[in-house]
Ligand binder design. Structure first.
Ligand SMILES: [Zn+2]
Length: 129
């Protein structure tokens, strides 16, 4: 499996291009379960109270870790898993390279369509609550 690399600037540009209103809706995709997830998901799952508190998990640990999700599954079923890039096994598809040349595994950045659809779905959830 090939690993894509991006500079920090490219990574931020890709997130910015999603065009969501709120940075809490910036979306990434877990390489293990394939679900789209944003800071808003992490906050509602109880990973932290606000964007600053969950930023360190975003694109690194699957939201399923806070929702009691099952282990990573061989076949994505639309549900989050308990994957984290900090673990022993590595199956990430993206590495962000910082200026010092260090490579940091990250979840893949969702497309603008995926991010906006996800933000809209979350807005509906909030509205219904
Ligand atoms: Zn996952």
């Amino acid at each position: 499996m090939s690993v894509q690399t991006m500079t920090v600037a490219d990574f931020h540009a890709a997130l910015k291009s999603q065009g969501v209103q709120d940075r809490a809706d910036l979306a990434l995709i877990c390489p293990c379960c394939g679900t789209v997830q944003s800071a808003r998901d992490l906050i509602s799952a109880g990973a932290g109270l606000d964007f600053e508190a969950v930023e360190k998990y975003l694109g690194f640990s699957c939201v399923g870790r806070w929702t009691g999700a099952g282990s990573p599954r061989a076949t994505p079923d639309g549900q989050p898993c308990n994957w984290t890039l900090g673990g022993l096994f590595r199956l990430h598809k993206l590495e962000v390279v910082t200026e010092d040349g260090q490579r940091h595994p990250r979840f893949e950045v969702a497309t603008p369509d995926q991010a906006q659809a996800h933000a809209a779905a979350n807005a509906v959830k909030v509205g219904a609550a």
